[in-house]
Ligand binder design. Structure first.
Ligand SMILES: C[S@@+](CC[C@H](N)C(=O)[O-])C[C@H]1O[C@@H](n2cnc3c(N)ncnc32)[C@H](O)[C@@H]1O
Length: 280
């Protein structure tokens, strides 16, 4: 791809046609992203430790009532939730397709002698462990999948849960995906950063498709030495509460409850997300 592709880009991109996500599963990108997960300066890739502590405490006391449980964390990243939950006596599984995150998560489990099984896989293709008491699918990741993939994943989650097992689903809050898709285009240049270890220019354009209730965010990465361009495109599906209820019910869930955050209460450190708890 070269700069002409940027000039001639589709001005009204269709979600999930030019790519489906940023390259979490690329080895080099995942190593750079791991630094962001572990950073205590922001909450962009993973939340800061004090927030995760509060979220895990809510999951342990409110959702699990302190009962030792089998937990599957989907898109678990570097295992910041699973390692805490395993320390509290839960038996955890984590699945993620970021190589650096899964390696880090495995190292921590070994170092702390925690009972956690990590699988390096794409959750769309992975087999999920059975008889789980709780599945965590947080950080708004469900919205990143096309509606058909999202439904297939929810179906598989339902299949992995024991009867009366629960799903804790953290999704983008109302209006957040529309606001992101409607944000002005922007650009930045770095001598080295998240997108590359070498100098790059990143042009970001954002689109909101009201007809599809979906946003597309494209990152055009320009190598200033050669003019070569790489495109990464992520799409996000918005759903109303009624739509979440209906999809969950179609996948075999009931007793759906909505919470303002992953601590159960309004929390301005998690204002862009909402939490849905559903029972199988
Ligand atoms: C925003 S991070 C959140 C990680 C973790 N839940 C946390 O809060 O620390 C999103 C994670 O989703 C993972 N992910 C995205 N799509 C995935 C897929 N199709 N299969 C497996 N993992 C995926 C990424 O690799 C990344 O680790």
């Amino acid at each position: 791809m070269d700069l002409n592709n940027v000039v001639n880009r589709n001005r009204d991109p269709k979600p999930w046609t030019e790519g489906d996500n940023i390259p979490w599963n690329d080895a080099d990108f995942s190593r750079r992203m791991l630094r962001e997960h572990l950073s205590q300066d922001h909450d962009a890739a993973s939340r800061r430790s004090d927030i995760i502590d509060r979220q895990v405490e809510w999951i342990h006391t409110h959702i699990l009532k302190g009962t030792p449980s089998r937990i599957l964390d989907l898109a678990c990243g570097p295992g910041l939730y699973t390692s805490r939950l395993a320390s509290m006596g839960h038996k955890c599984n984590g699945i993620d397709y970021s190589p650096a995150s899964i390696s880090y998560a495995k190292e921590i489990a070994l170092e702390k002698d925690l009972e956690i099984e990590y699988i390096h896989a794409d959750i769309r293709n992975a087999e999920f462990p059975l008889d789980q008491d709780l599945v965590l699918f947080i950080s708004g990741e469900l919205n990143v999948f096309s509606p058909s993939d999202a439904e297939a994943i929810l179906d598989k989650i339902s299949g992995s849960l024991a009867n009366n097992g629960r799903l804790v689903l953290e999704v983008h809050g109302p209006g957040v995906i529309e606001a992101n898709g409607s944000a002005p285009d922007s650009w930045s240049s770095m001598s080295s950063g998240l997108w590359s270890g070498s100098p790059y220019i990143c042009l970001q354009d954002n689109h909101w498709r009201p007809d599809l209730k979906a946003a597309v965010v494209r990152y055009y990465l320009i190598d200033p030495a050669t003019g070569d361009v790489k495109l990464h495109s992520a799409s996000y599906q918005d759903y109303s509460n009624e739509e979440y209820r209906s999809i969950l019910s179609g996948c075999g869930f009931n007793n759906v409850e909505m919470y303002p955050s992953l601590t159960g209460a309004e929390d301005d450190q998690m204002e862009y997300f909402r939490v849905i708890v559903a029972e199988k």
